[in-house]
Design a protein around this ligand. Structure first.
Ligand code: NAP
Length: 264
């Protein structure tokens, strides 16, 4: 049996009560990490932590809003109290606002930026002294295919995800000599509650779902596990030479400017 790849490490994963974050937490725990799950949603966070423990893993749920500095600082203190340090940070929590720009309120715009982007500033600010003490430190930020291309009726989301990719590169440079690798994963369409919410806000959800599915070259939506495997890769020695990249996991979505699935 091969050794667990994150044995003895501690990972902090934001937005870990649902979707992609939950998938990352479960895979990291299965690979031996102690996982600290941050989420706004207490019920889903506690359930995820319980499921990880039932499977033999080590998990701690902390309810915190990643866009509020005092809550992030408090969560980090709680993790240090429980586990002593942090080796891997995964900035996954995110929200989407589906509205054309002129219909967005200032508060809505600020909230998307705060949850998707400012959260990374806050988590890195409060974990960096711990990451610097780790011999295996990594940061993985979850961007999106929208880090590269636009999508309709989600201007604040697209702007925030473009910035997540650039913040990743800036942090990779600043912390390279401290031995901390910082990378970004840019998922394509991943079947999660957030994706289903986004589709539900479109004029014809059924048609939207069908047209989105038809545009994916691999012929399926991604799963949280698909993204989690990339997060594991970027958090282990398998990616030891990699920092500052934006790693697409998109089932081929951005490979085509035009693509007709009837051709194959
Ligand atoms: P999800 O299922 O909605 O999970 C996100 C989790 O983050 C939820 O549990 C949510 O709690 C939590 N959260 C939201 N705001 C928070 C806050 N202020 N503080 C702490 N936790 C908060 O979404 P997902 O699809 O897995 O998305 C995860 C990440 O992947 C996001 O950054 C998203 O932009 C990115 N992404 C997703 C897709 C996709 O197709 N699904 C594609 C590209 C990128 P609540 O339920 O209480 O809001």
């Amino acid at each position: 049996m091969s050794a667990k790849r994150l044995q003895g490490r501690t990972a902090l994963i934001t937005g870990a009560g649902s979707g992609i974050g939950q998938g990352i937490a479960e895979l990291f725990a299965a690979e031996g990490a102690r996982v600290a799950l941050l989420d706004l949603d207490e019920a889903k966070g506690l359930l995820t932590a319980a499921r990880i423990r039932d499977a033999g893993g080590e998990a701690l749920f902390i309810r915190a809003d990643v866009s509020v500095e005092a809550e992030v600082r408090g969560a980090v203190d709680a993790i240090v109290g429980a586990y002593g340090g942090i080796d891997h940070l995964v900035n996954n929590a995110g929200i989407v606002l589906v509205k054309p720009l002129e219909e967005c309120t200032e508060a809505e715009w600020d909230q998307v930026m705060a949850v998707n982007l400012k959260s990374i500033f806050l988590t890195v600010k409060h974990t960096i002294r711990l990451l610097k003490q780790s011999a295996n430190a990594t940061i993985v930020n979850i961007g999106s295919v929208s880090s590269f291309v636009g999508q309709g009726h989600t201007p604040s989301y697209v702007a925030s995800k473009g910035a997540v990719m650039m913040l990743t590169k800036a942090l990779a440079l600043d912390y390279a000599r401290a031995g901390i690798r910082v990378n970004c994963i840019c998922p394509g369409i991943t079947d999660t509650p957030l994706f289903r919410f986004h589709v539900s806000k479109t004029a014809n959800p059924k048609a939207t779902l069908e047209s989105r599915a038809a545009r994916v070259p691999l012929g399926r939506f991604l799963t949280p596990r698909d993204i989690a495997k990339a997060a594991l890769y970027l958090s282990t020695d398998d990616s030891s030479g990699i920092t500052g990249i934006a790693h697409l996991v998109d089932a081929g979505y951005l490979a085509a400017a035009e693509w007709d699935n009837r051709q194959i």
